[in-house]
Design a protein around this ligand. Structure first.
Ligand code: F6R
Length: 611
């Protein structure tokens, strides 16, 4: 996690660094800091808490004449969120300063050696160890690229570093391993950042560093070196995102804006893939043909958090459409047991950011076993994309709110398309495929209908905002929707919410039900409607307040419910993509009503780049 940014050019570095960090705030926000280099001197400024505190500090400093600097926004891993632990970190003589994203696993042993050589540590971080180590190596060569190279050869873990040394004015040296870092190429100015978002406003030209490569940038020169320090010539890429993705466009929060973008996001994915209900769909980037698919005897889906919930929906969809057995597992669990993936396994990794460390590790493991790796992600330039044999870019546009919304819906739609693609390639039930295509084509307008009813959900959210616990129930393909709705509520309002398969209620959780525990039930008209309704009867008998999310509620059942939200009719299989919008809005309006920091909930970061 954490965000890093670097700038060398002709503009005021303070403005560029603070603006860059603003766009990286979703990566962490425990503390922030910048280091500025001018006249052979490096000065470091830090602030605790939100970035605004650093902005206020820098306003007082009134620095306008510095054109080189590095910045950092922190999500604490080693050491408390204190000023001493905030980045940038420097060596003892303050000649070298760096910012770091990642975790250095062997920092303790290196620290002990450095202490024996006279280093004095002021923080509890692994990052300060890197700063002292690079400075130690610099003492041997007086060359920053060489010093960084020999220092990182001693490290284990994951990192992206931006390093400045006072003897190398108007220059930044940077490197990465298993953590993202890109170079933004400008006119008479160059940038470094852990994410496009920090630099897109200034340049659309980017160069991605490969694992182990080192770069040295000045305002008019970009040099790249391979791990063995031979010169490298990486490809220049044109960045995809428009700056307007980074604006709230009049909405109070990014989360609300992103929820409202969902109809267009779905249209966008479907646009070039489904022409009509009859024609075959085309998935560019998915390198699976009839011969490779015939070999596949099992599918494993690996993901974390919200992406894991999309994977759980994927199990229902792919098994229903293709009959191929699908297992779904949290990446962090998958890594530490014997994997049975082999060359007849299709492994689907789902990740909005494409940077999630647990998913990256799991995917690297299955690649070694010869499985075909298909990645579904919103970041086609990400580390996971680069590991893929097949890539499904969900193209949802940048998602700024830490709580994932539109990327989840886009992941769901991608999974429907993938299921259809596999089924059509294997010549399976054409009629069923056509029905699902029809449902997908009508999904955007149904999403619009749900969004136009948001006032009802807002009122409901206000009514229920005082409760401390919720249970969300559903069955079948909407069980993951219950999990996702509960996760959204927990994440942004800090209210305890648990998702259960409705049939499990009587196997334990029912013990908790009384008038203080609202039950939200997802009741689409379909094969499990009557069953979920019976579970609602059980909850009603225990005085629980009941909220129904349904296409319609029969007259005879209406009295069970304190409240309901009626959504357009939709087939069972596509219903998760519609139902989830109601739950996203419910969570959003509760958090907003309670005055929570919706876009940047406490303790969370958008990209979880540590295991
Ligand atoms: C929840 C959320 C997280 C992520 C999880 C995986 O709103 O965003 O649960 O889904 O950290 O992240 P990605 O999808 O980037 O791998």
């Amino acid at each position: 996690m954490c965000g890093i940014v670097g700038y060398v050019g002709y503009q005021n570095a303070v403005d560029i660094l603070l603006d860059g960090l603003k766009h990286l705030e979703y990566r962490g926000y425990d503390s922030s800091g910048i280091a500025l280099m001018s006249n052979g001197e490096i000065k470091v400024y830090k602030a605790l808490g939100k970035l605004q505190n650093l902005v206020d500090t820098m306003k007082k400093e009134k620095i306008t004449s510095c054109n080189t600097g590095i910045g950092h926004i922190r999500w604490a891993t080693h050491g408390l969120p204190t000023l001493a632990n905030a980045h940038p970190h420097s060596c003892n003589c303050k000649g070298l300063t760096l910012v770091h994203n990642g975790i250095i696993e062997n920092y303790q042993e290196i620290k002990e050696t450095l202490i024996k050589n006279g280093a004095i540590f002021k923080s509890q971080t692994d990052t300060e160890v890197a700063a002292q180590l690079i400075a130690f190596e610099y003492g041997k060569t007086n060359d920053l690229v060489q010093a960084v190279s020999s220092a990182v050869s001693k490290l284990k873990g994951a990192w992206a570093f931006c390093v400045m040394h006072k003897n190398e004015p108007e220059t930044i040296v940077a490197t990465r391993k298993n953590a993202p870092l890109l170079i933004g190429a400008g006119e008479n100015e160059n940038f470094l950042s852990s994410d496009i978002a920090a630099i897109i406003k200034y340049t659309k030209k980017a160069i991605y560093l490969n694992d182990g490569q080192i770069t040295k940038i000045s305002k008019d020169k970009i040099q790249i070196f391979n791990e063995d320090l031979t010169p490298a010539s990486n490809r220049m890429e044109i960045l995809p995102f428009e700056a307007h993705s980074l604006s709230k466009m009049g909405y109070k929060h990014f989360m609300l804006k992103e929820i409202h973008e969902q109809p267009d996001v779905v249209r966008n994915i479907l646009q070039d893939k489904i022409k009509d209900e009859i024609s075959d769909i085309a998935l560019n980037g998915v390198n699976l043909d009839i011969n490779s698919l015939k070999k596949i005897n099992r599918i494993q889906i690996i993901a974390c958090g919200t992406s894991l919930h999309a994977g759980l929906v994927g199990k229902y969809v792919i098994e229903d459409l293709t009959g191929i057995p699908v297992s779904v597992e949290a990446s962090s669990e998958y890594i530490y047991r014997r994997s049975i993936a082999d060359e007849n396994t299709l492994v689907i990794g789902i990740s909005q950011s494409g940077e999630t460390a647990d998913t990256i590790t799991a995917i690297k493991q299955v690649k070694e076993k010869g499985a075909h790796v298909l990645i579904i992600t919103n970041r086609k330039e990400s580390l996971l994309s680069r590991l893929s044999d097949s890539l499904f870019h969900i193209n949802a546009g940048i998602e700024v709110s830490v709580a994932a919304t539109k990327s989840y819906t886009a992941q769901l739609v991608s999974i429907y398309l993938l299921g259809i693609f596999i089924a059509q390639t294997l010549n399976m039930d054409k009629k069923r495929i056509q029905e699902i295509k029809h449902e997908l084509l009508t999904l955007p307008s149904k999403l619009e209908a749900v969004l136009s009813g948001e006032l009802t959900i807002k009122k409901l959210a206000k009514k229920y905002s005082g409760f401390k616990n919720f249970i969300f129930i559903a069955r079948g393909i909407n069980y993951p929707t219950a999990l996702e709705g509960a996760l959204k509520l927990k994440e942004i309002s800090y209210i305890n919410a648990t998702g259960y398969p409705a049939g499990e209620l009587k196997h334990g959780p029912i013990a908790m039900l009384d008038e203080t525990m609202p039950v939200l039930a997802i009741l689409n008209k379909g094969i499990v409607y009557d069953k979920v309704m019976s579970n609602c009867e059980e909850a009603y008998a225990r005085q629980a307040k009941l909220i129904g999310v349904a296409n319609e509620i029969d007259e005879r059942h209406k009295e069970l419910f304190d409240d309901f939200v009626i959504i357009p009719p939709v087939s069972d299989i596509v219903s998760p993509a519609l139902n989830v919008t109601v739950l996203q809005l419910f969570a959003y309006f509760i958090a907003e009503y309670l005055g929570k920091d919706v876009d940047q909930p406490r303790n969370l970061a958008k990209s979880v780049t540590v295991e």
